[in-house]
Design a protein. Sequence first.
Length: 172
Amino acid sequence: MVQLINKHKTKIQVIVVLLGLAMLLLTWQQGHAHSGGGALSDKAWKRLLMALSHPAEIGIFALVGLFAVRMSFKVEHGFKGLGRWLLRLLQVIHIPLASIVILAATIHGGLFVLTLWESNLHYWSGVVALICMLAVGVLGLITIKGRKYKIVHLTTGLITFGLVLIHILTPN
């Protein structure tokens, strides 16, 4: 199974990116369709921007799942037989999935900041989470070149997940 994943690595990554982009476009189309195709009211605009957060939320939970599987794989020896192919699949989809998460979160947050900004904990936690998410991405790119920053990348990713949870759970 691992050889099959390795053989089709690029195809798998393209599928992940296409599915993520399709989810973003479908969310945008559904939000715009609720407006009757005309100009969006403030309420419809806010609903659309909230819906655009869903691809980012799903993706970030998947990335944390990747981290959990990776740690389980290292700790639990009984998991190794089952987990080798799963771990490889998650490694293959990690970067394209993270790219979609960053894109969706940037669109969601950027449009909110530009159009419906309110100074409260919900909005500020989103801004801080987005900044940390971008830092995780940059650290991930650095990690590709050298493993020295891998622990910083992982730690910053977990901190970002905590900030995203704060953002999701705080009332608007």
